[in-house]
Design a protein around this ligand. Structure first.
Ligand code: AMP
Length: 278
């Protein structure tokens, strides 16, 4: 497995790659089985698999969140090697944002909903770094987790609008046995908070169940999710949403494919999750 820290090293290393497709998995490290599901899917479908590990500062509004972001680079490299990854790109901040850096990708409406409301500028940072990583790694396919459903939608929009030549592949969310979506942030949870955290998935399952039983009123579903979350003392709600799965605009009636999603802070840790409603 080749480890590169500069863009020119990556370009040099990938010069020899003659057999597409190249599959990319972009991560911020602190890898878990959710990340590995992406890597495994890429390994199955692509002749060359590249991964990046980069905690992108421009997608963090809250600098304490950035400073507290977990890391464990040696262990990350060990698991990527074990999964048969061919190349890892782990740039420094000055490689990605050299002095004078002043060009940004400004995503549109779909980035303004949900996380966009609560984390202004987040998707501008995400799109800018993802475009730069695509330009560096030149993947034919890039694998993203459904756990960050809005991120996939924003990136698909960017790919379409800017005519990027990469297929965006969504991989189902990997969960713990009790339903909690794997996340690097779960390591911040205390024992009591970890016990409380599956309430997110319970609320989402409730939404799915109501919708499967024919409930078409989005407010009723949002209210049921809220009630479920309020029952957990350690949980504080950031948002609860039942939105159009294409535009992420809040629905009145569930009369088209919908995404139920939520952001909840447990103790100090902000967690997000979602499910698609049929
Ligand atoms: P991150 O390191 O949090 O930026 O995540 C890197 C990639 O892994 C993103 O595409 C995430 O959506 C994906 N990912 C994170 N957690 C999970 C999970 N539990 N299941 C599937 N994919 C995930």
């Amino acid at each position: 497995m080749e480890i590169c820290t500069t863009i020119s090293e990556v370009r040099q290393a990938l010069k020899g790659v003659e057999h597409p497709p190249v599959g990319a998995v972009l991560t911020m490290g602190a890898l878990h089985d959710g990340h590995l599901a992406l890597v495994r899917r890429a390994r199955e479908e692509c002749s060359t698999v590249v991964a990046s590990i980069y905690v992108n500062p421009t997608q963090f509004g809250d600098q304490t969140d950035l400073a507290a972001y977990p890391s464990g680079i040696q262990e990350d490299l060990r698991v990527l090697r074990e999964e048969g990854v061919d190349l890892v790109f782990m740039p420094t901040d000055s490689e990605m944002y050299p002095p004078g850096f002043d060009t940004w990708v400004e995503p549109g409406k779909v980035a303004e909903q949900l996380e966009g409301v609560h984390r202004p500028g987040h998707f501008r940072g995400v799109c800018t770094v993802v475009l730069k990583l695509f330009n560096t790694l030149r993947p034919d396919r890039s694998y993203f987790g459904q756990k960050d459903a809005q991120q996939i939608m924003v990136i698909r929009h960017m790919v379409e609008d800017l005519a990027l030549s990469v297929d965006i592949i969504a991989v189902p969310t990997v969960r713990e046995r009790d339903g909690l979506a794997l996340s690097s942030r779960n390591t911040h949870l205390s024992y009591a908070e970890r016990q409380a955290a599956p309430v997110l998935y319970r609320a989402l399952c409730l939404a799915r169940e109501l919708s499967l039983r024919g409930q078409r009123d989005a407010d009723t579903v949002r209210e049921a999710m809220r009630e479920c979350l309020v029952g957990e003392a350690l949980a504080s709600i950031d948002y609860v949403s039942v939105a159009d799965a294409e535009t992420l605009e809040e629905l009145t009636g569930i009369d088209r494919p919908a995404l139920a999603s939520l952001a909840v802070t447990i103790g100090e840790t902000r967690l997000i999750d979602n499910v698609l409603l049929a």
